[in-house]
Design a protein around this ligand. Structure first.
Ligand code: TRP
Length: 337
């Protein structure tokens, strides 16, 4: 069983990413014996909207450091940086030629992003339009069985399946048709200021979002200021008490205790005490994580060694696949005599 996923090195990771996705993913992968994960930092994807060059580089190291610090076993799995593997943009080009223009115009994420950029008066690059085809290349190069994604990426995996089918039909059986699984828990952790909105790294209100690398003081402050309600009861009721429910979800994620048990434990306690405890529970998890992230970040050459190791393993799979596609399409050097 081969899982594949990518994450863009743009924006800062927050506790919603950590508890909702990173931690669960890492725990699942390290504990399952028959699953290999291919996981890459999607830096070629990040530049579909302008990235400050210095930040792109820093975020690439940072995201990798967070995953290694979270315990992702790089010996068992394959972790690499997308731009280290030229097979991705190469296959991207080949797949572009079998992707009908109309399919791309239907991508809702493109339509949303285009609208946003327009509102800000910014240019819409052709890369943003073609981006789902690069994602298809990422996936198809590795014969991935399954792609765990957020809700917003489902349409892109469906497109990947269609592109693979079309290629296979035109040039002969080449690519495996991937399945996907949707990670819904990410959405469960909400913004601390607007608790009906999911916590988001591109947040306009920094008080609502607790970043993984926030200072301990900032984490305490953000929980202290978290929006609650005018009642006095600590119970899980997303509809009427979104703030308290969100804090319960966060406390549950960081302590491993069930929400029902927490409701009992906090019966009769004040919101102030509760918020303080949530902050301390999060800090108890985040502080040692930050320490490990710092260790990785202080040794760039070690991170680069891991990147090199990762891309070598990745290319053992992706290069033969790319060559097979080139051969099927008739490129002289690869085509059978
Ligand atoms: N497009 C994904 C996102 O924005 C990141 C990504 C790039 C990805 N390539 C992928 C995810 C391949 C899964 C598989 O979050």
């Amino acid at each position: 069983m081969r899982l594949l996923s990518g994450i863009k090195p743009s924006g800062d990771l927050h506790i919603g990413n950590y508890f909702g996705s990173i931690k669960q993913w890492v725990d699942l992968l390290n504990s399952s014996s028959d699953t290999q994960a291919i996981f890459f930092i999607a830096d070629l994807h990040a530049i579909t909207v302008y990235q400050d060059p210095k930040k792109l580089k820093e975020k690439t190291y940072e995201i990798a450091a967070v995953y290694f610090a979270a315990g992702l076993d790089y010996k068992k799995h394959i972790v690499f940086v997308q731009s280290d593997n030229p097979d991705h943009p190469y296959l991207n080009w080949l797949l572009t030629t079998v992707t009908p223009y109309g399919w791309l115009t239907r991508m809702t994420q493109f339509k949303d992003k285009r609208q946003k950029l327009k509102n800000y008066g910014e240019v819409i690059g052709a890369g943003l339009f073609n981006y789902p085809v690069l994602m298809a290349a990422d996936i198809l190069l590795y014969d991935a069985d399954s792609v765990p994604v957020g809700e917003d990426q489902v349409q892109h995996v469906e497109l990947t399946r269609d592109i693979a089918k079309r290629f296979n039909k035109l040039y002969g059986e080449t690519f495996k048709i991937p399945e996907y699984t949707v990670n819904r828990t990410v959405a469960r952790i909400k913004d601390l200021q607007y608790p009906t909105k999911k916590m988001s790294k591109s947040d306009d209100n920094p008080l609502g979002c607790v970043y993984l690398l926030d200072s301990i003081d900032d984490i305490r402050l953000k929980f202290k200021r978290a929006v609650t309600d005018s009642e006095k009861s600590i119970r899980y009721d997303v509809k009427n008490k979104p703030g308290i429910s969100n804090l319960l979800a966060i406390l549950s994620a960081s302590t491993g205790k069930k929400i029902e048990d927490l409701e009992k434990e906090y019966a009769g306690k004040t919101y102030a005490q509760f918020k303080e405890d949530v902050a301390e529970a999060v800090i108890a998890v985040i502080k040692p994580l930050q320490q490990r992230v710092k260790e990785y970040l202080s040794d760039r050459s070690e991170l680069e060694r891991l990147f090199k190791l990762g891309v070598e393993k990745a290319r053992e799979i992706s290069t033969p696949k790319l060559n097979e596609a080139l051969s099927k399409m008739g490129f002289y050097k690869y085509a059978k005599k």
